[in-house]
Design a protein around this ligand. Sequence first.
Ligand code: DGL
Length: 248
Amino acid sequence: MITTIGCCDSGLGGMQVVKALKEAYPNLNIVYIADQSNVPYGEKSVEELRKYAHAFLDKFRMMDIHEVVVACNTLCANVIGDIQEEYEDLHIYNIIEPTCRQLAGHHFQKINVLATPKTVEKHAYLNTLKAFCPETEIHEIPAAKLVPIIENGCDSDILRKAVESYVSDKADAWVLGCTHFPLIRPFLDGKGELFDSNQAVVDLFRDEQITGEGKMEIYTTKDPARMKESIRTLLGCDYDVKAITLDS
Ligand code: DGL
């Protein structure tokens, strides 16, 4: 039985996971924290990423939230595995394995993974996908430019050009290994089958009994009015956003 889930990311990426969860489970209470003061995470040091992950998990613990979806591939790839044992009272969901599991049984010849440089550096997707798709050629592409464009207003011409600079290499399937990247789906039309973390996270709770009242709390470490507006224009949702401070 689950009533409330905490969810976190550097910015607007995890909010897309939240939107998918909300559509699938309207009763679920969700507390989302975006660390927009420190976005992008994609080229930060492991020490900094560890600090951010601790700050999120400590905050959820203080809020008495025990189910936490880390909707950030960069944190999942680099630090969540190591620090998880310090939070035995929390159920922490790493989204990389569920995202990869979606490709099991597809028999693609080639899969391209688009992710942040720090996620690619760890080869978290390469190693996990190999287990599900042992016969498949897998190629990881570090894409540093996309998150800042999305966070800075998501200008579609600039975003399209940036996406084009990463996708000349052909593949049967593309894994969007950063939660910001579902927003680039329109620019990958016809490139191959696309997979992201949204549905993968929804599927994690398929067999759970959800018993909340559908409450939604959204926090940012930066500018609540700006985040509210971004959520409205990019995701078509109208939610209040409040300021929060994290000890990072
Ligand atoms: N959306 C996050 C991820 O999935 C973080 C991206 C960033 O801040 O660079 O990796």
